[in-house]
Design a protein around this ligand. Structure first.
Ligand code: NDP
Ligand code: VHF
Length: 448
């Protein structure tokens, strides 16, 4: 699968009418089910908002243990999903995103334990002062309440979202990608049952997967019951949610990440960063899609870099200047403008040689979706310009694009990576799932 993005826009919108439609009866059933789930979640959210850090952290460990204990059942359900989707022609990159194994389940459980080790965001005083009139003013973090989430077929996200919601004192209603339906069914059951073991309500973690896209649409309309909706996925999903949701939305966005190798960059480090960004996990939004190379380093850098990419199975879509450096065993085809706009999510990479930093910045500003850009350089002026003249959610300096990830950046996990600017930008962790309340304490104060 690949995604075309318009210059500067996370693009390819498609109308809600494209969504699978189960007819009026399915819509009514979905409405009833989602409203009831949201009502239960609202009650559960009150219990979570008052839960102590100790209870929430204990719950996260219990959830982690429960997942590991249910590993065989989860992996069997996941194997059904993988088998079905492979038969349906899902690309290897997306199958990799869907697949679970014991190592991945251990990592997912580990992320829950990492969340337990982080400070509780709830109750944190963001600002505080005593005014000249004696009033004490504090702005304090509080949970959002009920968080709705519509997301891709990636079962680790089910657990990350549940863990983040729990630690930040929120209830969560999940609608995962249909390709992961069996995996998510088992995971949500295991998690919500485990909650009750520590005296927290099972309704704090609910799934509406059974109601498909009808359920997702009802979640968008549950204003007053759902406090915030996080859509995490492709352009069609984001466009539909932004257009149709009456619930407040925090958008995430598609990736189309760039790496610029500057004149004078350390070739060994740049090659390692390039390979990691492109090949470590190709189906994810922080994978590299376009390499830009300063012409002054092209002859030194490109032959080795392209042959390393070729050895890793990467197909190059390059401009003429790149073609001159392609050696034996490297699959190459001439790039068109479409390649600059494409999020391949596969072992494909667009490559362009540029005359200078200005051209690299211009290319990125033209084609980026605003997710992650990286530069390899030894020049502090280039760093300064790259980090201030681009307008993306994350900028990596001499580091892989793959670091745009909540776990990697110390947030424990992430509910999504925001590529818009309001409330949150970049990987969204615990603090991003809270809002604030102003607590003003007086002693009979009145306003004059
Ligand atoms: N910035 C970020 O945090 C992230 C960005 N992404 C981006 O997402 C893309 C890959 O995601 P992909 O696998 O394509 O996921 P999709 O966008 O296809 O699906 C994600 C979820 O949205 C649902 N959905 C999709 N379209 C609609 C619609 N029109 N109405 C209602 N629900 C809808 C899907 O349901 P169904 O299963 O029924 O199709 C699924 O539950 C990439 O472009 C990647 O960069 C992905 C994750 C994180
Ligand atoms: N958190 C991710 C990156 C963001 C993400 O979830 O991407 P995607 O696989 O497109 O859903 C990671 O690097 O593991």
């Amino acid at each position: 699968m690949s995604v075309q993005t318009e210059p500067g826009v996370a693009a390819t919108p498609s109308a809600a009418s494209e969504a699978t439609d189960g007819g009026p009866q399915a819509a009514t059933e979905a409405r009833t089910a989602v409203v009831q789930a949201a009502q239960r979640a609202k009650v559960a959210a009150r219990a979570l908002a008052g839960a102590t850090r100790g209870t929430k952290d204990e719950a996260l460990h219990v959830l982690a243990d429960a997942l590991v204990a249910a590993q065989a059942e989860i992996i069997a359900a996941n194997a059904d999903d993988v088998e079905r989707e492979q038969a349906n022609g899902m690309s290897p990159g997306l199958v990799d995103r869907l697949r679970l194994d014991p190592g991945r389940i251990a990592a997912i459980a580990g992320a829950l334990r990492d969340l337990a080790a982080l400070p509780d965001p709830v109750g944190e005083v963001v600002r505080g002062s005593t005014l000249p009139n004696g009033l004490t003013v504090r702005q304090v973090r509080v949970p959002m309440g009920v968080v709705g989430m519509i997301y891709e077929a990636r079962p680790n996200v089910t657990v990350d979202a549940a863990g983040l919601a729990l630690k930040s004192g929120n209830a969560v209603i999940l609608r995962g990608g249909s390709a992961a339906a069996r995996s998510n069914e088992v995971i949500v059951r295991v998690l919500s049952q485990a909650l009750t073991g520590v005296g927290l309500p099972a309704d704090a973690i609910q799934s509406i997967d059974a109601h498909g896209r009808e359920g997702a649409r009802e979640l968008m309309r549950a204003r007053g019951l759902v406090d915030v909706l996080v859509p995490r996925g492709g352009a069609s999903l984001i466009q539909t949610v932004v257009t149709e949701s009456t619930v407040p939305v925090i958008e995430t966005g598609v990736g189309n990440c760039h790496l610029f190798v500057d004149a004078g960059a350390d070739v060994a480090k740049a090659t390692a960063i390039l390979l990691n960004s492109k090949t470590q996990r190709v189906g994810v939004c922080n994978a590299l899609e376009t390499l830009l190379v300063h012409e002054a380093i092209a002859a030194e850098f490109l032959p080795g870099a392209l042959s390393a990419l070729g050895a890793a199975g990467v197909r190059i879509h390059g401009d003429e200047a790149t073609a001159a450096h392609v050696g034996e065993g490297v699959e190459f085809e001439p790039a068109t403008e479409q390649d600059w706009a494409t999020e391949y999510l596969s072992l494909d990479l667009a490559v362009r040689v540029v005359p200078d930093l200005d051209s690299a910045i211009e290319h990125i500003r033209t084609w980026t979706s605003g997710h992650t850009e990286a530069i390899c350089t030894a020049d502090v002026t280039s760093v300064q310009r790259f980090t201030t003249e681009l307008d993306s959610a994350a900028i990596m300096v001499n580091a892989s694009t793959r670091f745009t990830d909540g776990g990697q950046l110390g947030l424990g996990a992430e509910i999504g990576i925001s590529t818009q600017k309001l409330h949150a930008r970049g990987p969204m962790g615990l603090a991003e799932l809270t809002t604030t309340t102003w607590i003003v304490q007086g002693d009979g104060h009145v306003r004059s």
